[in-house]
Design a protein around this ligand. Structure first.
Ligand SMILES: [Mg+2]
Length: 224
């Protein structure tokens, strides 16, 4: 059965989140170390501690600002947290790259079906990431601040409601088994899991319609 609506995941489906995050952290903390005269290893440890102690905020920018404020506390530059948060956001946008084959696959899917990007995270970060990839931001839904989450499927039903569509119309495509496959199953929405080379877990929900290595393989199957 063909699904007219495709709800496509962002992190690790369209681009390699871990690679972009590591590149960004390395670049920004190196610059910060030079500015403060501090050892990079000290700043990396402090950044990890700040990440652990500040997990959520009103926006992605506020989250980064609060973490930099904590990291800068021992130094005479605490007032610069806002600026370093902005520099981090710019560096992250520079570090975002399409996964191999994902851009052509996304364009192929978007040309044939109605595509919406649904991501578990902050709207401002999602907007910047999609802008870095060159995807029109009208097609996104991010969960933080909307009271929805992929985990119970409410993010997917909210995305469908915004399109005037029903669960039966949609196929969720994503790499996160717990969020994209099990979350969508909670609302009876079909899914296609991107394995990224991993073995599928046993006892999949009946809504799982198949697996594909990555988005390129998924697009080749859905739009032959
Ligand atoms: Mg993902």
């Amino acid at each position: 059965m063909q699904h007219p609506i495709l709800l496509i995941d962002l992190d690790n489906t369209l681009y390699d989140y871990e690679r972009a995050a590591l590149t960004t952290r390395g670049e920004v903390l190196t610059e910060l170390g030079q500015a403060l005269g501090a050892e990079p290893a000290t700043l990396h440890a402090a950044w990890e501690a700040a990440r652990r102690s500040i997990a959520t905020a009103a926006s992605g920018h506020e989250l980064r600002r609060a973490r930099f404020a904590l990291l800068l506390e021992p130094y005479a530059a605490r007032g610069d947290a806002e600026l370093w948060a902005a520099r981090f956001t710019c560096a992250f946008s520079r570090a975002v790259r399409w996964s191999p084959g994902a851009q052509a696959a996304f364009e192929r899917l978007a040309a044939a079906r109605c595509v919406m990007v649904v991501t578990e995270g902050y709207d401002d970060i999602a907007a910047a990431t999609l802008a870095a990839l060159g995807i029109p931001t009208i097609t996104r839904l991010a969960t933080h601040g909307t009271g929805t989450t992929k985990r119970d499927g409410s993010a997917f039903t909210a995305a469908l409601a915004s399109l005037g569509a029903a669960p039966k119309d949609a196929l969720v495509i994503g790499d996160n088994y717990a969020l994209d496959v099990l979350g969508s199953a909670e609302r009876g929405i079909a899914s296609l899991w991107l394995t990224l080379g991993r073995e599928p877990p046993p006892d999949p929900p009946r809504t799982l319609r198949g697996t594909a290595r990555d988005l390129a393989a998924a697009a080749a199957r859905l739009v032959p």
